[in-house]
Design a protein around this ligand. Sequence first.
Ligand SMILES: Cc1cc2nc3c(=O)[nH]c(=O)nc-3n(C[C@H](O)[C@H](O)[C@H](O)COP(=O)(O)O)c2cc1C
Length: 387
Amino acid sequence: MPVITEIEDLKRIYRRRVPKMFYDYCESGSWSEQTFRENSSDFDDIYLRQRVALDMANRSTATQLIGQDVSMPVALAPVGLTGMQHFDGEIKAARAAEKFGVPYCLSTMSICSIEDVASNTSKPFWMQVYTLKDDTFMQNLFDRAKDANCSAAVITVDLQLLGQRHKDVKNGLSAPPKLTPKSIANMMTKVQWGLGMLQTKRRFFGNIVGHAKGVSDASSLTTWTAESFDQSLNWDRIREFRKMWDGPLIIKGIMDPRDALQALNVGADAIVVSNHGGRQLDGALSSIRALEPIMDAVGDKIEVHLDSGIRSGQDVLKAVAMGAKGCWIGRAYVYGLGAMGEAGVTKALEVIHKELDMSMALCGHRDIKGVDRDILMVPKGFSGEWE
Ligand SMILES: Cc1cc2nc3c(=O)[nH]c(=O)nc-3n(C[C@H](O)[C@H](O)[C@H](O)COP(=O)(O)O)c2cc1C
């Protein structure tokens, strides 16, 4: 077992073990990837204020996210095709999350279905839904989430159309994947991954095939995907979704204070400041820079979470100190999953927890709930004074 001390170690192993087309699918942003890069690098512009001779014993990173107890302010973000990164990937990630005491959010575009994840885990998870045109499918998705005892629905609002990621086009990564001779040759070199995939029947979009009208095979899925995403989405439509789900609701993909206010008005319980990990609007601000104006607009009225770019516990600490109640991680746990399955997701969570806990202590705090902006040194203009 290699010595793993940071998320980057997991990424290196992940890259070796998983077929290139799925590694590329995860490790890319849209167009020039500027936003993808800056999501992480902008955290480096914020500094932590070291304190000394303050009692650092008996620390706690425990808090609550939408009223649910969590062992640290971190949730696993919805990631499509997780089951192609490692066999039964969604089930493995959800199990690691529940053992660690953090929420797991299942994607609409998952390989394992809602029912599958529910019957292979013991704690409620969150269900992410895209804003699709088909009302029957949407209501059915919310009902299935309710039947599976999901404890929150997450509506992703930043994907009315799919951002272009060049590598996916070149690799033939579409729904479903079009295998090129090159990607087949590459897959054949990933023996462990391949043996895992041969063990499972879960290799297709479990929430869609057999549930969406007329989708029974690969070619009908392509047509359905192309036709389903709703480019004419508006807040009235989102209000309709709110009526379809009577549990806690989180709206994910907010980058502007005006949209945060809209999310508040439709009755969301929380929002996620997110640019989809830099996979949608290239040239958008990093989410950490977008956080403060949103906190100013709605921070005292609604719970605000943040994702995009988090690769360490220091990143989590900085976002929490700036006001986020919690952070979601996407790629950081996918690296772990692709590297070592469930044990790798656990390792990713352990790494982030250790970094968060020790950094908090060295900033002079013992309880994550007491951390505030005072621990940060933020350069003037960081959140922008834009024209
Ligand atoms: C490979 C991949 C697939 C994703 N699929 C979804 C998805 O199905 N639904 C969704 O709401 N967000 C999806 N996201 C966005 C994540 O939920 C999250 O916003 C993003 O990964 C956060 O950035 P990070 O990866 O830098 O942590 C995906 C992200 C990645 C990397």
